[in-house]
Design a protein around this ligand. Structure first.
Ligand code: ZN
Length: 240
């Protein structure tokens, strides 16, 4: 099986379409989305519909739950709050219901998927340090877990100690637990503005982190036209 793993699309349809188009030339058996389909970007409904069209296995992100009023936005920063309110007004009742009903985590064939952490998915904490990774690894029944949320592609590997890698190719060894953050389709924050996603091949037991260009200026223009906060567009240009 070959899985395409997408996360943090954030209403950026241009980035999502570029990723799906890049994937169309690969053999993909199933699509998985790690949450935050909406929030920040100018085309949230279109992104929800595209994800539904591909029959994605989806887990909830904090923005998906914030927009559907399942998560309090008290802890969101000013720009994120404004984007949540804007997004909520743009979605149909069906779209909001779809987001509200997303599960927090899924256990698939030999791997886990969650937006934040396995130890408390409902808190949407980040896996950013070896210690954070150890807390989720303690809950892993399978050797592999995919996460999103930080918008930075990084892999944590359990060995003598837990180490991390920014490498593009991850070889899965069933003896060592691995947590792979697949980065963000629609708002990368690792200073590489290209859309980021991963392909997991269960036969070769490899995960490949991939990047693709998309028309960033077009999205910046749409963000301005939509009346969304301008910095949400500007940051796409620098991948921050
Ligand atoms: Zn996100």
């Amino acid at each position: 099986m070959r899985y395409a793993i997408l996360s943090d699309i954030h209403g950026n349809l241009d980035a999502l379409k570029a990723v799906l188009s890049a994937l169309s030339s690969e053999k993909i058996d199933a699509y998985v989305c790690l949450g935050d389909i909406v929030g920040y970007g100018p085309q949230p409904a279109e992104c929800v519909h595209e994800i539904q069209k591909y029959g994605c296995i989806v887990v909830a992100g904090n923005h998906d739950f914030a927009v559907s009023e399942k998560l309090n936005i008290g802890n969101f920063n000013v720009l994120a709050k404004e984007a949540v309110l804007w997004t909520r007004a743009k979605l149909s009742a069906e779209d909001i219901e779809f987001l509200a009903n997303l599960p927090l985590e899924e256990r698939l064939e030999g791997f886990h998927v969650v937006h934040g952490t396995l130890y408390a998915p409902e808190l949407f904490d980040y896996v950013q340090t070896s210690y954070d990774a150890s807390l989720s690894m303690a809950r892993m029944e399978a050797p592999l877990c995919f996460v999103g949320h930080s918008h930075v592609p990084v892999t944590f590997v359990q060995g003598q100690v837990i180490s991390y890698s920014l490498g593009q190719v991850v070889q899965i060894n069933p003896r060592n637990k691995v947590i792979v953050n697949v980065g963000s389709v629609g708002q990368p924050r690792d200073k590489d503005p290209r859309a980021c996603y991963a392909v997991y091949d269960t036969e070769s037991q490899t995960v490949l982190i991939q990047r693709t260009h998309y028309d960033i200026e077009s999205v910046i223009a749409k963000i301005r036209e939509a009346g969304l906060p301008v910095p949400l567009g500007e940051r796409l240009r620098v991948g921050r």
